[in-house]
Design a protein around this ligand. Sequence first.
Ligand SMILES: Cc1cc2nc3c(=O)[nH]c(=O)nc-3n(C[C@H](O)[C@H](O)[C@H](O)COP(=O)(O)OP(=O)(O)OC[C@H]3O[C@@H](n4cnc5c(N)ncnc54)[C@H](O)[C@@H]3O)c2cc1C
Length: 861
Amino acid sequence: MASGNGSPVTDVVVVGAGFAGLYMLHRLRRLGFSAIGIESADDVGGTWYWNRYPGARCDIPTTDYAYAFDPELEAEWTWSEKYATQPEILAYLQHVAERYDLRRDIRFSTRVVAATWDEAAGSWRVTTDPGGEISCRYLVMASGCLSVPKTVDIEGADRFRGDVYFTSSWPHEGVDFSGQRVAVIGTGSSGIQSIPLIAEQAANLVVFQRTPNFSMPAHNGPAEADRLARLATDRDTYREEARWSRAGVPMEMAVETLAQLPEEERRARFDAALENGHLLSLFSKFPDILVNREANEVISEMIRERIRSIVDDPETAETLCPQDHPYGTKRPCLDTNYYATFNQPHVRLVDLRREPITTITETGIDTAGESFEFDSIVFATGFDAMTGAIVSVDIRGRDGVTLKDKWADGPSTYLGLTTVGFPNLFTITGPGSPSVLSNMTVSIEQHVEWVTDRLVHLREQGFDTIEPTETAEAGWDQHVQDCGDITLYPLANSWYMGANVPGKPRTFLPYVGGVDAYRAACDEVVAQGLLGFALSGPGGTQCNDGVVCRLQPDVALVLQTLADLALPPIESMAADEARQFVNTLNEARPPGPDVGEVVDGVLPGADGDLEYRLYRPASPGPHPVLVYFHGGGWVLGAHDSDDPLCRDLCDRSDTLIVSVNYRHAPEHCFPAPVDDGFAAVRWVAAHAVELGGIPGQLAVGGWSAGANIAAVVSQLARDAGGPEIAGQILITPVTDCDLTRGSYTENADGYVLTAPLMEWFWNHYADPADRTDPKASPLRAADLSGLPPALVVTCEFDPLRDEGIAYAEALSAAGVATRQLTARGHIHTSLTMVDVVLSGAETRAAIADALRQFLGVTVAA
Ligand SMILES: Cc1cc2nc3c(=O)[nH]c(=O)nc-3n(C[C@H](O)[C@H](O)[C@H](O)COP(=O)(O)OP(=O)(O)OC[C@H]3O[C@@H](n4cnc5c(N)ncnc54)[C@H](O)[C@@H]3O)c2cc1C
C-alpha cells in the first residue's frame, strides 16, 4: 500500500512488537504521530513470545525489568517472583498491549524484508512478506538484539529424524521429554536455564559444551523485599536512580580495587554477591574486575572453586570451569541447580573442545570419539546478536547503499541510534548503545523517549529529515571503541564481539561506558542543538556538526569525580597550603607497579643537598639511567610525588630512574630549579656506576614544569659541552611564557590544569622580566640545534598543548630528531594517573619505547 501522491502513508513504521516496539507505538500515538507496527510473530512479546523453553526467565530482577514510564501501569501489576518466568513476562506484555490498545496498529505474522529510502519523497518504502508496501517518513527498527537465532553450522543438522527444538522458537504447547534420550547443544544462558529442568524429565541427557560459562546461583524466590519497599515509598527516586546507574539497576558501587582489599574482605564480598544472586553483584563489589586482569582472575578462580565444590566428578567439574575468558567478558549466567544437575547419574557432559561433533546422524550425534543415539536434540546455540535483525532486512539508504554493505566491517553508528546515509532510520538499542550490557527495559525506554522527543522537535521546527554527520559518527565510533579498549571484553570470543557467528566482523558491539554516561551523552547532543545531526525540511536546513564525548572515558570519569568533590582551586591557596592539599590527594592514588628496588638518597644541588628517589628495574643491572624531574609548576611536588609514573616508566623501559627534588618556588625562584636540575644531571652522570647505571647511557625527562627543567638542562648540557645526554622525554612540557596560544583559550578551564592555575605557577616562579629567558622558556632559545633527540608528548585537552607542539616543531626545524605525540582525549594530568586512567597506558608504553631507543636498551624476547 502506498499513497497515490507519493507522500507517506504513515509517519512511522515500527519493526517489532517486543518491549521496544510496544512502547514506541504507544508513545508515538500519544504524541500525535501515525504509526504502524510490523511483527513476524502472531502476537506481541518479542523475546518473551519466542523463548518459551523450560526455565526461561529474566536475569534482571523483575522489579527492575519492567516499564517505568507509567506509574499507573506499575501500580496495577504485581510480579510473583524475583526473576519472573517467560509466561509471566509474556502475560505482562500482553497486558500492556491491551491496556494501551496497541494491537490495532500492529500487523502480525508479517515480516519486513526490505526498506528503501526514497530521496525524492523523503520517505522510506517498506516491503513486507506477505507482500505489501508501506511508505513512511521514519523507520524504527525495534527488531531486537537477540531475536535472530544463529544458524546451526553442524554437519548433518537436517538429517536427524527425531525431534529438533530450538530454545529461541520453542513450541507453544511445550515439550514433554519424559522417558526420552535428549541432547542439549549449547551452554549459554538458555542452555544453563533449561538443562536442570530437561534433566528432571529425560531418561538420559547429554549436554554438549563448547565453551563453559560462568554461572552464579539466582536464589530465585519472592520479589526482593528491599526493592519492593523502596518502590512503595519512593518509586520516582528509585526509577531515576536506575536511569542514572551504570547498568540500569540501582546498585551501590564499591570504590576500592580488589588489590586494596585484604583476603578476608574479598571472600566476604564474594560470598555476599553469591548470596544475593544478582547478575551485577560481583561487578558492583569489585569495580575493577572488568578492567584488571589479575583482579578478574582472583574472582574467576573463586567461581571455579565453587563449581569444583558442587560437581562430584573432578573431570566433569574441570570441564565446566571456564578458563578461556575473564569473568564477565561473556554474558555471565544465573542458574538454579545447574552445576548440581551434572551429579545425576543420567546426565552427562561432553566437552566439544576435546571431542568435537563430526556429524549429526539420522539417529543421533557422532563426535570424534563416540556415537550417541537420541530421541530429541535441543539447540541452545544463541543469536546473531545486535546487528542480525537489522541487517537481515535489505535496508537501502541514500544512493542505494545497503546497510549490510556499510556495516560489512562492523557497525558504525551515531549514538547507536542512527547511521550516516540512512536518514530517518532509528535503531532501538542498536550497536554502539548500552543495550545488552544493561537492564534493557531502561535502555529501551531511554531510546524510545529520545527518538520520539526528536520527532516532536523536528515537527515543531518544520524539519522532516534527520541524519547524523560523518564527523559525529566517526567520533562516536571512536568513543565506543575507546570505552571497549580499556576493558577486558575484547579478550573473549563472545557474541558481544560478534565472534559466535562465522564470518561476522570482530568488533565490540555494545557501548560499555555505562547507562548513565550514555544518557548524559544523548542529553548533551540535545543541549548542544542536536550536535552532530543535519536536519532539513520545509523549515530549511540546519547542521550543527561536531563530536560528543571527545575525552577518553576514564578521563571523563576522573573529571566528573573531581567535579563532584567540588574541591577549591589551587590558585586560591598559599603555596604551602597547596602543597599540603596535593599531598593529601596523592595519598589516595594506586601506587603503580612494583619495581626491583626503590632507594632514597641525597645528591649535591647547585646550592645545597637535594633529595632524590631511585627506581631500579627488577632485571639484573647495570641499567641505563633517566634523570627525572617531577611536575608541579615549580611550586608543588617532590622527588617522590610522581611515584606511580616513575615506577611505570622504570618497569616498562627497564631503565634506572633518578627522580630529583629540585628547589621550589616561591622560596627559590627562577633559576634555582633549573640550576639544581643541571647540577643533578652532572652528578648522576659522574656517579652512574655507584648508582647501578651504565656510564654514558643517560637521558633526561620530566612532566610539566619538570619537562621544562629537562628541556632547559638539555640546552645547558649542550652549551657546557656535557654531560652527554642521549635523549629527552618531555611529557606535556612548559616551553614558553606566552599564555595566549589557542590551547590556553580552548582548555582554559575544566581540565584540572587551568589557565589561571598556570598563571599562578608562573607568578610564583619567575618575574615577568625573567620569563622570556630561554632558561625559563626554552622555546625562546636562539639556537636549538645540536640538542639530544626528543620525544614531546602533548595532551589534547591541555592549555600547554600548543607550546609543546611548537617546541617539537622548533626542535625538528633545528635538525633535532624529534617525535611529537598527542594523547587524544587526555588532559594535562592524566598520563601520570597510573592504574586510574587506563587509557593513558598506550602513551606511557610509547614513552618507554622512546626511552629505550634513546638509551639503546634491547628488549628481552
Ligand atoms: C532468553 C532471554 C532472556 C533475556 N533476559 C533478559 C533480562 O533478564 N534482562 C534484560 O535486560 N534483557 C534480557 N534479554 C534481552 C531481551 O531481548 C530484551 O530485554 C528485550 O526483551 C528486548 O526487547 P525488544 O523489543 O528490543 O526486542 P525483542 O523482544 O527481541 O523483539 C523484537 C521483535 O521484532 C521482531 N522482528 C525482528 N525482525 C523483524 C522483521 N524483519 N519483521 C518483523 N518483525 C521482526 C521479532 O519477531 C521480535 O518479536 C533476554 C533475552 C533472551 C533471549
